[in-house]
Ligand binder design. Structure first.
Ligand SMILES: Cc1cc2nc3c(=O)[nH]c(=O)nc-3n(C[C@H](O)[C@H](O)[C@H](O)COP(=O)(O)OP(=O)(O)OC[C@H]3O[C@@H](n4cnc5c(N)ncnc54)[C@H](O)[C@@H]3O)c2cc1C
Ligand SMILES: O=C([O-])CC(=O)C(=O)O
Length: 321
C-alpha cells in the first residue's frame, strides 16, 4: 500500500500464496506497543519505525474510516511482577497519556509491583487487512496468488522485488536465522470489557476489540504446529481469568494459532540479485518482525519505500520505470 500510493507511476503486484484471512497477520492481536529494544538496531531507528506507525494509525483511528478500517484507540495497563530496569520504554512519549499506574490501580493485581497505563492504537487485523487490500486496489495495485520457490523466478517479470514473506523468508532469503515463534490466542465475546491488560512477560494478555476480545497467549520458539491445542487454550483462559475474573462469563468464539516470523532483529535492507543471464534486480528485504509486526508496520514500510526509491534511481536506463 505504502509503495503503490507513493509511486503511482509504478505497477505494483502483491504476490502471495496466502491472503487475508489466512495469514499470520490475521491472528495478531494488533496492539501497537513495543517490547524491549531490539538488539543490533539503533534505538533511534526503532523509535522512528514505532512513531511513524503510531502516528499513521492514530490518524486513521481519528478519521471517519476508523470503524471500516478496524483501527481504534485502546486504553489499558501493562503490569510487571518486578519493577523493570527501564520503567519508561522508548515508545512512552509516542503513545497517548503514558504514566505509571497508581497504587489504587495496582491494588487489583496483588502479584504485581509496577504498571504502565497508556492509550494506544489497536488494529483489528481481520478487518484492517481487507481494508488495506481495498486501499491497495484503489492505488491500482494487483493481487496475484501463487507460491514463489526462488526469488530468481521474479527477476524476469519485475524490475524490483520487495520481500515481505515473513516466516517464508527462511527459504526465500535463505536466512536460517528466521524461525517460528508459535502464538495461540482465543477470541471471546465479552463486550463489557473495555480496558486491555497485559502481563509484561507476554504470556498473558486481554485485548478488547471492536467485535471480540483477544485473549492470549503463548510464545513457543521453534514450534511449527498450526493446530490449536485444547490444553493450551484452557491454560490461557485460566491465566487471563486470574487478571480479569469476569472472563469466566465470556463466550468462546474461536481459537487461532499464528507462527510469528522470529529473528534476532528484523531484516530491512537492499541488495542485488543477479540472474544467470546477467540481469541485476534490486531486492528490498523487509521481514522477521517477530511479535511486533503490526507495531512497526507503517514505519518500516516507509523505510522500505525509501530503499525502493533509491533502487529506482540506480536501475540501468533501459529498465527505468
Ligand atoms: C498470536 C499472535 C499475536 C500477535 N499480536 C501482535 C500484536 O498485538 N501487535 C503486533 O505488533 N504484532 C503482533 N503479532 C506479530 C505479527 O502478527 C507479525 O509480526 C506479523 O503478522 C508479520 O507480518 P508479515 O507480513 O511479515 O507475515 P505474514 O502475515 O505471515 O505474511 C507473509 C506473507 O508472505 C507470503 N509468503 C511467504 N512465503 C511465500 C512464498 N514462498 N511464496 C509466496 N508467498 C509467500 C504468505 O503467504 C503471506 O501472505 C502477533 C503474532 C501472533 C502469532
Ligand atoms: O505480546 C503481545 O501483547 C501481543 C503480541 O504482540 C504477540 O503476542 O506477539
Amino acid at each position: 500500500v505504502c509503495i503503490a500510493e507513493a509511486l503511482p507511476s509504478c505497477s505494483v503486484t502483491v504476490l502471495a500464496d496466502r491472503f487475508t484471512p489466512d495469514t499470520t497477520s490475521d491472528v495478531a492481536a494488533g496492539i501497537v506497543m513495543g517490547g524491549a529494544p531490539i538488539p543490533d538496531i539503533p534505538l533511534q531507528q526503532q523509535h522512528r519505525w514505532f512513531k511513524d506507525t503510531f502516528d499513521h494509525l492514530l490518524e486513521i483511528a481519528r478519521s471517519q474510516q476508523a470503524s471500516e478500517a478496524g483501527v481504534l484507540l485502546s486504553s489499558g495497563w501493562q503490569i510487571f511482577r518486578e519493577v523493570p530496569s527501564e520503567r519508561r520504554p522508548f515508545w512512552a512519549d509516542d503513545v497517548l497519556g503514558f504514566r505509571f499506574m497508581t497504587d489504587a490501580e495496582l491494588k487489583g493485581f496483588p502479584q504485581y509491583k509496577f504498571g504502565q497505563a497508556f492509550t494506544t492504537v489497536k488494529c483489528e487485523c481481520p478487518i484492517y487487512l481487507p481494508w488495506l487490500e481495498k486501499r491497495f486496489k484503489r492505488a491500482r495495485g494487483l493481487l496475484k496468488k501463487g507460491r514463489v520457490s526462488d526469488l530468481q523466478e521474479l527477476c524476469h517479470n519485475y524490475d524490483i522485488v520487495v520481500n515481505c514473506s515473513g516466516l517464508g523468508a527462511r527459504v526465500l532469503a535463505g536466512d536460517s536465522g528466521v524461525h517460528p515463534v508459535r502464538g495461540q490466542i482465543l477470541r471471546v465475546h465479552a463486550p463489557w470489557l473495555k480496558h486491555f491488560i497485559r502481563d509484561s512477560d507476554g504470556h498473558t494478555y486481554i485485548y478488547p476489540g471492536r467485535d471480540s476480545v483477544t485473549v492470549g497467549g503463548t510464545r513457543q520458539v521453534g514450534d511449527w504446529r498450526l493446530a490449536a491445542d485444547k490444553g493450551e487454550s484452557e491454560a490461557i483462559l485460566e491465566r487471563c481469568c486470574r487478571l480479569e475474573p469476569s472472563l469466566r462469563e465470556a463466550v468462546r468464539l474461536g481459537e487461532l494459532v499464528g507462527l510469528r516470523p522470529g529473528r534476532a532483529s528484523p531484516c530491512l535492507k537492499k541488495m542485488l540479485l543477479e540472474t544467470p543471464a546477467g540481469r541485476r534486480v534490486p531486492v528490498v528485504h523487509n521481514y522477521g518482525h517477530a511479535g511486533w509486526g503490526v507495531s512497526f508496520s507503517w514505519g518500516m514500510a516507509l523505510e522500505a519505500l525509501k530503499l525502493v526509491r533509491e533502487s529506482l534511481i540506480e536501475l540501468p536506463p533501459p529498465s527505468r520505470l
